[in-house]
Design a protein around this ligand. Structure first.
Ligand code: DNO
Length: 357
């Protein structure tokens, strides 16, 4: 595995490449062109400039998170073929710049959903949190408004204000899309892009829906082992793979995370490793990474990744806000840095004990 950190680019991130470079063991960043819109072609020049900036700081681009998918592709209407052609062009440009991993999601309307961005924990730190009760009490148009005050002036992924202003319109556009239609549209998209992925060895890594169930009645398909295996089979190409995100699949306590990892051997291209603490099955917060702080056995998760021979990038996922840091919720420096070294510690211990057997 390679330890990495997500970085949104110097214009958008409160964390610098120089800071990331000083986290022990971190050699790469997972980044994006954050100011591009879904459906747009990423130019080679902009990709190269991003690459040069990262490399000048002594790091490298380990992958892209995300190249977002235009809603027309998910809905299967409008200008979908044009947007798929643009996506293919972006993949080609990434391939030509020697970038071989792309994380994306296929969630309708909202990307990840949290109902609190700054829940105060007993130690005084704050974390992102979710309760189903809070979602049930909201109309979708108010979702953004209800959390916008805690964004610390940042633009959060999937929660861009321009997008949120169109929520009503987007809901209407998805009204005939159910799970089956969404699966079919995903298949159509994947079949179209596999040739360029094969040509440039680009691993596509779909991010799970977070939380891993339907919100506001919208279809959500990347939620459990059965669906993800169905997706792998429907376009059976090693470049059609997944981002294994423990914090997203883990929202549904029925998901056996180590078991899922083992069943996806060879198809996990990227891993997001984080812990959650549950107060009830529908009320949880994003806990510090160590097992002792949350509900997951992080050793078992990392061990499963080790056992399947995972060699891709891992990143610690959302961190709490600690030590007075003001950053994009979930994406500050300090708690993610602690997460990175903790995961590295687990990995080293597993590697050495396995070698001594
Ligand atoms: C949230 C992230 C998601 C993820 C996208 C991938 O922090 O995990 O926004 O990047 O769903 O496309």
């Amino acid at each position: 595995m390679e330890m990495t950190l997500r970085w949104y680019g110097s214009k958008f991130d409160t964390v610098t490449l120089q800071q990331i470079r000083q986290i022990p063991g971190v050699t790469g960043v997972i980044t994006t062109l954050y100011d591009t819109q879904p459906g747009e072609v990423w130019s080679r020049e902009r990709i190269r400039a991003l690459k040069d900036e990262v490399e000048a700081a002594g790091l490298h681009i380990a992958g892209i998170e995300s190249v977002n998918i235009h809603d027309d592709i998910k809905i299967g209407a409008g200008r979908r073929d044009e947007y798929i052609a643009n996506y293919i062009q972006t993949l080609e440009n990434l391939g030509l710049e020697d970038i071989h991993l792309v994380c994306y999601n296929f969630m309708p309307v909202f990307d990840w959903t949290r109902t609190e961005l700054a829940r105060v924990l007993p130690d005084g730190s704050t974390a992102l949190a979710y309760t189903q009760e809070a979602v049930d009490a909201l109309v979708p148009e108010k979702m953004f408004e209800s959390i916008a005050g805690d964004m610390n002036g940042t633009v959060m992924p999937g929660w861009e204000p321009e997008r949120m202003a169109r929520v009503k319109e987007l809901f209407a556009a998805y009204k005939d899309v159910d799970d089956e239609k969404l699966f079919a549209n995903l298949k159509y998209f994947l079949e179209a892009i596999m040739p360029v992925c094969n040509k440039y060895d680009i691993k596509m890594a779909i991010h799970p829906d977070d939380p891993a169930w339907s919100v506001f009645g919208l279809p959500r398909i990347i939620i459990n082992e059965e669906n993800i295996l169905r997706m792998m089979k429907m376009v059976d190409d090693p470049h059609n793979g997944v981002t294994f995100c423990s914090g997203s699949y883990g929202t549904n306590l029925k998901n056996d995370l180590p078991h899922m990892i083992r069943s996806l051997k060879g198809r996990i291209h990227f891993a997001h490793v984080r812990n959650l603490k549950f107060h009830s099955p529908t009320n949880f917060e994003e806990a510090p990474h160590p097992s002792a702080c949350g509900s997951f056995d992080m050793y078992e998760i990392v061990k499963a990744l080790y056992d399947i021979g995972f060699t891709g990038p891992i990143r610690p996922d959302h961190g709490r806000s600690i030590w007075g840091e003001v950053a994009m919720p979930g994406y500050g420096l300090y708690d993610r840095a602690l997460g990175a070294t903790y995961i590295e510690g687990l990995w080293e211990a597993i590697e050495k004990s396995e070698a001594r057997k």
